[in-house]
Design a protein around this ligand. Structure first.
Ligand code: APR
Length: 251
């Protein structure tokens, strides 16, 4: 592990554009279950019935029941050591952008500033009819939450079947295609189009550093340095090694 940490830190020190792609796994140590691990959210709720825009439109009250249950967990979650380590890496100029699939706001809470929310953010709700927006706290005791125009509100997260925000898509592509190092942390990388980010970065010559509790389809195809383990344990070690190396003149 020690050798891998030094190797990963070396890649980050030499990279003039380091980008991270994160998924639900980075927030598991903050108490938020991921989706596809054993016991993950999709083992409890069928995504076809709870995570598509057509399911939401057909039965918003049923989908909001799951959303409020998740909202309770997210509302109490705090950034863990992995989020904080990434915030520190950005603050010392060694991480330039995080592309996250998560909607829990924990990267921002962990000090990261340049965060692209590929699947939106769960802290606001919008009315699909009149466009009025609310903070989630304003509507926490309503199921389903309604706009003053009486229509049901939708969380500002991207459901399956919805388009990715154009700005998020464009900026993510720009960062991935100019990356010299890509940290892929806590994602199964099965959902498109966000799962094209690692291959875009690889094609542009980036070194891929993957942190995951288990191997993914990226591990044996695109990944250059693979850490099997928890993000909260491994990310801080990489940041500490990068800080040590940074203090030394490059060879
Ligand atoms: N440290 C590192 N990796 C972890 C940890 C941890 N502590 N805990 C879990 N993981 C890994 C799991 O092994 C898994 O590979 O994180 C990954 C989580 O994968 P998913 O549950 O599929 O989550 P994600 O990749 O973010 O899903 C993408 O799918 O349902 C949609 O919109 C949802 O944004 C989500 C998208």
């Amino acid at each position: 592990m020690e050798k891998l940490v030094e190797q990963a830190a070396g890649v980050i020190i030499e990279s003039r554009m380091t980008v991270a792609l994160t998924g639900a796994g980075i927030s598991v140590e903050s108490g938020i279950p991921d989706f596809r691990s054993a016991g993950g959210l999709w083992s409890k709720y069928d995504p076809a019935e709870y995570a598509t825009i057509s399911a939401f439109r057909a039965n918003p009250k049923k989908v909001w029941k799951m959303l409020w249950e998740m909202g309770e967990v997210v509302g109490q979650a705090r950034p863990n050591k992995a989020h904080l380590a990434m915030g520190e890496l950005e603050s010392i100029g060694l991480l330039h952008c995080i592309i996250t699939q998560n909607v829990d706001n924990l990267h921002q809470a962990g000090g990261s500033r340049n965060v692209i929310e590929y699947h939106g953010n769960s802290s606001t709700l919008s009315c699909l009819w009149c466009g009025k927006r609310y903070r989630v706290e304003e509507k926490r005791d309503e199921n389903p939450p309604r706009c003053e125009c009486q229509n049901v509100l939708k969380p500002d997260v991207i459901f399956f079947g919805e388009a990715i925000p154009e700005d998020a898509m464009r900026r993510s592509f720009e960062f991935a295609s100019s990356a010299q190092a890509l940290l892929v942390v806590g994602t199964s990388a099965v959902v498109s189009p966000v799962n094209t980010i690692p291959s875009i970065a690889k094609r542009s010559g980036a070194k891929i550093i993957e942190i995951n509790r288990e191997r993914t389809h990226l591990t044996d195809s695109l990944t250059d340095i693979f850490f099997q383990g928890s993000a909260g344990e491994i990310m801080p070690q990489i940041v500490e090694a990068a800080k040590r190396k940074r203090g030394k003149p490059l060879p």
